[in-house]
Design a protein around this ligand. Structure first.
Ligand SMILES: Cc1ncc(COP(=O)(O)O)c(C=O)c1O
Length: 423
């Protein structure tokens, strides 16, 4: 079985785990920095290129601050995410707010802060006009859903089934209304892929958006000044998979840009993404300890982490590579289900996984938890959220989120009014 390489020496990780206690998520600062810089470098041909880091992937203010210091913006889908982006020091013009069944109070706050609004539906137009004195903000973006025009994939689903974005027919009305109601700068957004490792799919997304830019100009007289290709660039969760080469992807998008924008005489366009997974995903691990090896009809390796720390395997059967610290060179001679301790039988990190012989007390590393890992955590069975640490290299670590305590957990149940009178 091919192995994945850890960003920290086994011995050091073992010592650290012994000191702070498991489970915890650990992120590699140098890896994130280098990767983020690479992404920006790859698209440096594109004037003003930006990646609005999808805060939902790793909503830790310290990580958003790190990325912001490198030139990233932030993509937010809720008020707390927006507040995190602002707390990280990002200026509103580098924050994209992608609405999704958004309540008035969130729209109000976004309008007040001046973050870029990316509207998801025609009904949101009424909301904005009602909340903003009948006017649109100066800058506006719409999320486009191509419906049967694209296929989607298993994580994001088929666009026709997706609740997100406006249809092809609606798109033109959106821009007409926005222009009539005072918007002056127009952006076009889409998000049709998730964890996509096929470069072609992302290139086709660029083609779809570049083509719409011309159509929108023709049909509505609106100049789109920025296209946002969304997130969704995949990462190689399996050791045998290859990741997307940012530079190769970028060169193909550039080729299309030249053909479809420059050579058609259309005004220059800013290009943006809002990738989360491809930026931090490979640079995080969940570190856990074996509590029991239970032999029943199958053999179960019971960890002190659970799906409350990493839900992807249970949610969509996602593969996360697993290594037993110090046993990487041993033969994977055993077959295990690797489980957590929730009262749910799908609380499994792996099913029928070949691993070296596992013993109580072994340290288990679950790879690629740097995006949609801790952030998807929850409190079922009153499980307390684990801590997050940043590895700065050379044996130095920083705690960037403490472990949740029982007092944190119970706080929302204490000091609340006992009765709510409605009459
Ligand atoms: C609107 C939007 N943008 C960006 C992302 C980030 O996706 P990824 O982390 O796969 O790049 C998501 C993920 O769900 C999303 O819904």
């Amino acid at each position: 079985m091919a192995e994945k390489k850890l960003f920290i020496e086994d011995k050091m990780l073992k010592m650290f785990a012994g000191k702070v206690g498991t489970p915890f998520h650990l992120y590699d600062e140098r890896g994130i920095e280098e990767n983020a810089k690479n992404f920006l470098d790859a698209f440096s041909w594109s004037e003003g290129f930006v990646n609005y880091f999808a805060v939902k992937a790793l909503p830790n203010v310290n990580i958003v601050r790190l990325l912001s210091s490198l030139g990233f913006g932030a993509d937010c889908s809720s008020l707390p995410e927006l507040k995190t982006a602002l707390k990280a020091g990002l200026p509103p013009e580098k924050i994209m707010y992608t609405s999704n069944d958004t309540p008035d109070e969130e729209f109000r706050e976004v309008l007040e802060t001046g973050a870029i609004l990316n509207l998801d539906d025609m009904t949101h137009i009424e909301d904005i006009l009602r909340l903003n004195d009948g006017k649109f903000p100066e800058v506006i973006s719409f999320r486009y859903n191509p419906g049967p025009g694209r296929t989607g994939n298993v994580i994001i689903g088929n666009p026709v089934e997706a609740k997100y974005g406006v249809t092809y027919e609606q798109l033109f009305d959106c821009y007409r209304i926005a222009k009539e109601k005072g918007a002056r700068k127009f952006m076009l957004h889409t998000m049709v892929a998730s964890n996509e490792l096929e470069e072609d799919y992302i290139v086709e997304t660029a083609r779809m958006l570049f083509s719409l830019v011309g159509e929108i100009k023709e049909k509505c007289g609106v100049r789109i000044s920025q296209v946002d290709l969304g997130g969704g660039i995949g990462i190689p969760y399996r050791p045998e998979e290859d990741g997307i080469d940012f530079f190769h992807l970028s060169s193909r998008i550039k080729e299309l840009y030249v053909q479809m924008i420059e050579e058609k005489g259309l005004p220059p366009l800013r290009i943006s993404f809002e990738c989360g997974r491809a930026i931090t995903g490979p640079y995080g691990i969940l570190v856990s300890k074996v509590r029991h090896v239970a032999r029943k009809y199958k053999t179960f390796v019971g960890l002190d982490a659970s799906m409350a720390d990493l839900m992807r395997p249970a949610l969509y059967g996602a593969y996360h590579h697993i290594a037993i610290l110090g046993k990487e060179d041993m033969e994977c001679s055993e077959v295990y289900d690797v489980t957590g301790s929730l009262c749910e039988n799908n609380d499994k990190f792996a099913i029928d996984r070949r691993l070296p012989p596992v013993e109580k007390g072994d340290i288990v590393v679950i790879f690629d938890t740097g995006a949609h890992g801790h952030s998807m955590g929850f409190n079922y069975n009153a499980k307390l959220r684990s801590a997050e640490y940043l590895y700065k290299g050379d044996g130095s670590f920083v705690k960037i989120r403490r472990k949740e305590t029982y007092e944190d957990y119970i706080a929302t149940e204490l000091d609340v009014p006992e009765e709510v009178a409605i009459l």
